[in-house]
Design a protein around this ligand. Structure first.
Ligand SMILES: *Cc1c(COP(=O)(O)O)cnc(C)c1O
Length: 434
C-alpha cells in the first residue's frame, strides 16, 4: 500500500512510514493511492468466513505488498480477538455490537490492530516511540489497553477535564506503566489541536519519535473496515436480501470512512448514514454543499462532540469527492439530547435493549432515513460503545439501575492518576521535553 497526502505537498510513503508519521509534513492526511475491489470469489464465499478470516483476506489484499502472509496472520491473531455480532433488534434493523473488546467501545479494533502492527515494525528495527493521543472519551481507553505494556512504546493521552464519563476516565488514568494521562482544562478540540501542533513542532520531532494513535492514523482505519464486511456476511447468513444501509454514529468520521473504504473494496452497501448529535457540520454539508466546521458543543453522546471532524477530507474523497457524488453515497442526520434520551427509553421499552447515547443517536438517524427514503432496506446500526460506559445518563434516562459488566465495575474502585494541564501549547511542550 502506497499512501499520498491529501494536501499533495508531501512525498508518497509506505504503510510503515504512514503509520509512524501519523500526519504528513504538509498537514494533510494519508490516503491509500489505490483501493481496489476485492476479488469476486471473496464476496461469493464471504458468508462462510469469520471476522478474523475476513480481516486476513482484506489485509492480504491491501497490505500484501508490505507484509508477508504469515506476518498478516500474526497481526490479526493478536488483535482481532473479540466478536462483532449483529443482534436482531426489529424486523429489518440489526445492531452491530462493536463493544466486546477490552475497553468496550469500537475503538478497540483500531487500537489493538495499530499496537500489533506497530510492534511488528518496532521489533524489527529495535526503536522506541512515544504515542500522543487526544481523546473525547473512548479512544484513550482503547489506546491505553491496546498499547499497555508494549515494549518500546510509551503513551501520552490528552483528555478534556470533566467531559468524559467516570468509567472512561478510570480507563485512561488507572493503568499506569507506559501509559500517562494528561487532564486538559479545555475541550476535545483543544486536546486535538495540542497533539496536531506537537507533530508539526521541529524541536519535539527532534527529541522523540512521535506517533499518533488518533483516527487520523491510517492504521486505525484499516481494521475498522473489517467489521463492515463481517456484518454483511452475517446479514447474508441471516437470509437478508434487502439492500443494506449502515448507520454510523459519527464524530471524527473515522468509522464511517472505514465503511467507505469497504465500499471502495466492493462491499455492496446501498447507503451510509452519518448520525450526529448537535455537532453536525457534516449533515449540514450534505444538505447545502457548504462545509463550516465550528467549535464543539457538549452533548450526552460526548465521544461525538466534535465540531471539526479530523477525517472530513478522507470521508469526502472516499465518498466521491464532489458534493453531488458524496450526497449520493451518504446521508446525514442529527439528533438533540432530548431526542437521544427519548430514543434510549423507547428502544428499551419496546425491545428490552439498552443503547448507549451514541448508539441511540444512530437509531434515530436510521429512523429519520427510513422516514425520508422508505424502509425497504436492512438497516445496520453500529453500536459504538457498551451502555455501561455512560452509566449516569443511561440510568437517569431509563429510570432504573442497570447491570455493569465486571470488566468495567472493577475499575471504579481504582485510584485515578492524571496530570492536570492548560490548553497552551508551550506548557504542553515543556511537559513533554521535561
Ligand atoms: C469515537 C466514537 C464515536 C465516533 O466515531 P468517529 O470515528 O470519530 O466518527 C462514536 N461513538 C463512540 C462511542 C465513540 O467512542
Amino acid at each position: 500500500m502506497k499512501l499520498y497526502s491529501t494536501q499533495h505537498e508531501s512525498p508518497d510513503v509506505s504503510l510503515e512510514e504512514a503509520i509512524f508519521r501519523g500526519l504528513p509534513p504538509d498537514n494533510g492526511l494519508y490516503m491509500p493511492q489505490e483501493i481496489a475491489p476485492m476479488p469476486a470469489v471473496f464476496f461469493e464465499t464471504i458468508h462462510t468466513l469469520t471476522l478474523p478470516q475476513i480481516a486476513v483476506a482484506v489485509c492480504k489484499h491491501l497490505l500484501g505488498d508490505e507484509l508477508t502472509d504469515a506476518e498478516i496472520e500474526g497481526i490479526i491473531a493478536r488483535s482481532m480477538t473479540f466478536e462483532a455480532p449483529v443482534v436482531d433488534l426489529e424486523p429489518n434493523v440489526g445492531v452491530l455490537e462493536l463493544f466486546h473488546g477490552p475497553s468496550m467501545a469500537f475503538k478497540d479494533f483500531g487500537a489493538r490492530f495499530m499496537a500489533a502492527i506497530m510492534s511488528h515494525y518496532l521489533v524489527k528495527s529495535a526503536r522506541e516511540i512515544r504515542i500522543l493521543v487526544a481523546t473525547s472519551g473512548d479512544t484513550g481507553g482503547a489506546v491505553a489497553q491496546g498499547f499497555f505494556n508494549t515494549p518500546g512504546i510509551s503513551v501520552t493521552i490528552l483528555y478534556p477535564s470533566g467531559k468524559v464519563s467516570d468509567i472512561q476516565e478510570k480507563q485512561l488514568t488507572t493503568l499506569g506503566g507506559n501509559v500517562t494521562a494528561l487532564e486538559i482544562d479545555g475541550t476535545f478540540d483543544d486536546c486535538q489541536r495540542l497533539v496536531k501542533q506537537a507533530f508539526l513542532d521541529a524541536e519535539l520531532r527532534a527529541a522523540f519519535e512521535l506517533a499518533s494513535a488518533n483516527s487520523i492514523n491510517i492504521a486505525r482505519l484499516i481494521p475498522q473496515s473489517f467489521y463492515y464486511f463481517a456484518a454483511y456476511a452475517e446479514a447474508r447468513r441471516k437470509g437478508v436480501t434487502k439492500p443494506i444501509v449502515f448507520c454510523v454514529p459519527s464524530g471524527n468520521f473515522g468509522n464511517i470512512s472505514a465503511g467507505l473504504m469497504a465500499y471502495s473494496m466492493g462491499l455492496p452497501v446501498h447507503d451510509f448514514i452519518a448520525a450526529c448529535n448537535e455537532n453536525h457540520p457534516v449533515p449540514d454539508y450534505l444538505a447545502t454543499g457548504n462545509y463550516t466546521p465550528s467549535p464543539s458543543v457538549e452533548t450526552l453522546s460526548n465521544a461525538m462532540d466534535v465540531g471539526t471532524p479530523s477525517n472530513f477530507i478522507r470521508m469526502k474523497i472516499l465518498a466521491g469527492d464532489e458534493w453531488k457524488a458524496v450526497r449520493d453515497r451518504m446521508k446525514g442526520y442529527f439528533t438533540s439530547d432530548e431526542k437521544t434520551q427519548a430514543t434510549m427509553l423507547d428502544v428499551f421499552e419496546r425491545n428490552s435493549y439498552i443503547m448507549c447515547p451514541h448508539t441511540a443517536v444512530g437509531y434515530d438517524g436510521l429512523s429519520q432515513y427510513m422516514d425520508e427514503y422508505g424502509d425497504d432496506v436492512f438497516g445496520i446500526i453500529l453500536a459504538t460503545a457498551h451502555y455501561a460506559k455512560f452509566l449516569p445518563t443511561v440510568e437517569s434516562t431509563l429510570g432504573c439501575t442497570v447491570d455493569v459488566p465486571e470488566r468495567l465495575a472493577s475499575l471504579l474502585h481504582l485510584q485515578k492518576k492524571s496530570i492536570p494541564m492548560g490548553t497552551d501549547f508551550e506548557g504542553f511542550k515543556k511537559y513533554l521535553l521535561g
